[in-house]
Design a protein around this ligand. Structure first.
Ligand code: FVH
Length: 295
């Protein structure tokens, strides 16, 4: 529904802080962009830059092209989309609203039953980073056709990674990346608290922590190999070896009045695997304790 070679029309439904950034990136990339928001005033700046403001979700869907939904949550998205499901049939729908893996799977099923091609997107960025391909990334899962057809538009938002047709994947991978991030931050806070007992500032600590943590990430591919093989046999640093390190951190922290709430769960995971007789295995075996929690 657009001239060959011309940028495809895109409709953005939901102009909160993320939806506005997304619509602006499409506009900047030359896409004819139609927008709708429950509170119309949030479209003013976009309309001044050339977006077409419409006054109902039905008009927004009728505008043609890819329909991008970026409202608060699943319920808001459903309340907007269900009344216009007939107009959406045969169209591509990109959901940038955060969904749980189960919600994404259910929404994809709902869409498929109505002949709507569903693509879920998990935005790994804040609105101010949208458009920055170095720092913003979006994970996509669901309709391969929608991803391929609109890939160049999607790359206007940030780097675009397609994870396959299982719609739950974008949300699940996002959750896993956030889990890795939070535990890294928590370890950093523990370290900063510890050095603080000697008057070292968090800023000084950061100057050492950043290159250290970067260097440590080079071990992740090797850890992944153990995990994917399911064989943790190693002649390098074993669980027993790492137990010594963890016990040392816990002891020094305690002696300086620092809490061990971050470190203790790691020590407990190590202890459990050693108690099961795996002390000579790689520390990557800790994943077994995470996959099979006790109690
Ligand atoms: N902002 C971020 O950093 C994160 C990054 C990761 C992904 N999230 C998700 O993106 C979705 C939208 O987030 P947002 O930051 O744009 O959220 P708000 O600025 O609060 O805007 C919310 C929009 O949703 C509209 N809305 C809410 N309820 C309804 C409803 N019942 N019917 C119609 N629209 C509704 C709201 O409209 P209005 O209040 O302006 O009228 C805004 O357009 C979200 O899933 C994040 O988890 C962003």
């Amino acid at each position: 529904d657009h001239a060959p070679g011309a940028a495809a029309p895109i409709t953005v439904v939901g102009l909160g802080s993320m939806g506005q950034a997304v619509a602006a990136a499409f506009l900047d990339g030359g896409h004819p962009t139609t927008v709708w928001n429950r509170t119309a005033a949030k479209a003013d700046a976009l309309a001044a830059r050339g977006a077409v403001l419409v006054h109902s979700p039905a008009e927004a869907v009728r505008a043609g092209g890819l329909v991008v939904v970026c409202v608060l949550d699943r319920k808001a998205a459903r309340d907007i989309l269900e009344p216009v499901e007939e107009q959406l049939a045969g169209r591509g729908l990109l959901m940038l609203t955060s969904l749980s893996p189960e919600e994404a799977r259910e929404t994809a099923r709902w869409a498929t039953e109505r002949n709507i091609a569903f693509l879920g997107g998990a935005v790994m960025a804040t609105p101010d980073l949208i458009g920055n391909r170095e720092e913003a990334s979006v994970l996509y899962a669901g309709s391969r056709e929608v991803f391929q057809e609109h890939r160049s538009a999607l790359e206007l938002l940030g780097s675009a990674t397609y994870l396959g047709e299982s719609a739950a994947r974008a949300s699940l991978l996002e959750t896993a990346l956030l889990a890795s991030m939070y535990s890294m931050f928590a370890g950093f806070y523990h370290g900063a608290a510890l050095v603080g007992t000697e008057g070292v500032t968090a800023e000084e600590f950061t100057a050492l922590a950043v290159p250290w943590l970067k260097a440590m990430t080079t071990f992740l591919p090797g850890q992944a190999e153990f995990i994917d093989r399911g064989d943790y046999t190693t002649d390098e640093q074993s669980l027993e070896f790492n137990k010594g390190g963890l016990d040392h951190i816990i002891h020094i922290s305690r002696s300086r009045g620092i809490g061990n709430d971050v470190m203790r769960p790691i020590a407990e995971l190590i202890d459990r695997q050693i108690a099961k007789g795996h002390g000579a295995d790689s520390v990557a075996r800790l994943i077994e304790g995470i996959k099979h929690p006790e109690g």
